[in-house]
Design a protein around this ligand. Structure first.
Ligand SMILES: Nc1ncnc2c1ncn2[C@@H]1O[C@H](COP(=O)(O)OP(=O)(O)OP(=O)(O)O)[C@@H](O)[C@H]1O
Ligand SMILES: [Mg+2]
Length: 409
């Protein structure tokens, strides 16, 4: 019956046209042509609308028979996409909102995992989230993503709680647990499933697979992926909605050197585009190269929230490494001059409170031979070790944890 409906106005228009033609008036003929054009346009529009509705309500699950070989979970990647939200947003101007945590507290039974934590993560910067094992980093990220509910306090993204975001993947992307992907599902199917749930067009799945370098293995089951490949797939999922806010929990875990360099430049690029980038990592040297600011926590509490330079300067002092075959004589002379001196390996000293030139002059005056006189600037790792000293949940012997510069101080 619906197919006959459009005939009504058409017949009416033709009837009018015939009546007008009888009048042999040119203006009436033009009017008739206009009416026919309008009616034809209406008919074409109606037909288009009907075919669009049919496409968007057709379930893309292959019913019966073997699933296509490329999709481990039975989704048909060749089926048409649902509503296309239009062209992707420019990757060079994607501004994110700030993440604001206020008095965030989370308890698991007796364990206080996050303790009255307040901090802000600003757009346009990479903010490193640092803390010893068990400090509460992953818990905090889960609270931000609404995967856990805080016992007290709140956290918002661009002024809204996660659960209040309409299409969350388009606002916030997160890599929290790389192994949380169904092992029987292909990388492509996993991303397509996420995309459909947030009205993200299919072409974006291909784009993010390309960005993370997984295009060649997109049709393979994620269960056979290495840890590094899973990390890349997780990162692809985070980028899928082209969100302005991104959270990465230990993203370099399992990545090879090339992968680590890649993610470093990716994070920097995302922040340079104006996005809010919050990333936890155990690799201090990596964070020193990647982050602009740091939020440091220990035992669930805030230890510091500062720029990398401020945090390093505040929490670790630079020193001068001195190597000599006459360490005892030199040590006594330096201490007499007011230096603070510590052993730095078997044949070297770590000297503070004196500059390299002053140390050289003292050595010369005491006829001490020097093999090395090297100023060392304090590193983010030094600052981290200093600032978290009292907040270690799981403690190894830090004296054994020698760094390139010498023993941990
Ligand atoms: N679901 C849970 N149930 C019980 N305790 C939990 C749960 N999740 C986290 N915890 C505890 O909360 C504390 C914080 O854990 P969390 O995983 O957030 O630390 P983290 O800083 O991410 O550590 P890591 O650096 O090792 O990843 C830990 O003591 C942990 O055992
Ligand atoms: Mg963690």
């Amino acid at each position: 019956m619906r197919a006959l409906e459009p005939r009504g106005p058409l017949v009416l228009a033709l009837g009018h046209g015939a009546h007008l033609l009888r009048g042999h008036h040119a203006a009436r003929i033009i009017l008739l042509v206009l009416v026919v054009v309008v009616v034809a346009t209406l008919l074409v529009r109606r037909a288009r609308h009907r075919s669009h509705v049919e496409v968007s309500t057709t379930p893309p699950i292959v019913a019966g028979g073997a699933p296509p070989p490329v999709a481990a979970d039975g989704l048909d990647p060749a089926s048409p996409t649902s509503i296309d939200p239009g062209p992707p947003r420019s990757r060079s101007s994607r501004h994110g909102g700030a993440i604001v945590a206020r008095g965030l507290t989370k308890r698991y039974g007796e364990k206080l995992a996050v303790d009255d934590l307040s901090f802000e993560v600003q757009p346009g910067l990479v903010t490193g989230f640092l803390g010893p094992n068990g400090a509460g980093k992953s818990t905090t990220m889960r609270l931000i993503m609404g995967l856990d509910a805080p016992d007290q306090g709140s956290v918002t993204i661009g002024g809204r709680r996660y659960h209040d975001l309409g299409l969350p993947l388009r606002e916030v992307g997160a890599l929290l647990e790389a192994r949380s992907i169904h092992p029987g599902r292909s990388a492509y199917a996993h991303l397509w499933m996420l995309a459909r749930s947030n009205d993200i067009p299919r072409r974006r799945v291909d784009e993010v697979l390309e960005i993370v370098g997984l295009s060649a293995v997109a049709r393979q089951r994620a269960g056979g992926f290495s840890l590094g490949m899973n990390q890349r797939l997780g990162i692809a999922g985070a980028l899928l909605g082209d969100p302005g806010v991104l959270l990465f929990d230990e993203p370099v875990n399992g990545l090879d050197t090339d992968g680590i360099r890649w993610i470093r430049s990716l994070l920097r690029q995302l922040a340079a585009e104006g996005r809010t980038v919050f990333v936890s990592s155990h690799l201090m040297s990596e964070m020193a190269m990647t982050a602009d600011r740091v939020v440091v926590i220990g035992k669930g509490r805030l230890i510091a929230e500062a720029s990398v330079a401020e945090f390093t300067a505040r929490n670790a002092r630079s020193f001068v490494r001195v190597r000599s075959p006459q360490l005892d004589v030199l040590r006594a002379a330096l201490e007499a001059a007011g230096a603070s001196v510590a052993s730095d390996g078997d044949d070297a000293l770590a000297v503070r409170e004196l500059r390299a030139e002053q140390i050289g002059e003292i050595a010369w005056r005491h006829s001490v031979l020097l093999h090395e006189l090297a100023p060392r600037s304090a590193s983010l790792e030094d600052a981290f070790v200093e600032s978290t000293e009292g907040d270690l949940e799981y403690r190894g012997d830090r004296a054994l944890a020698t760094t390139e510069e010498g023993p941990a101080r």
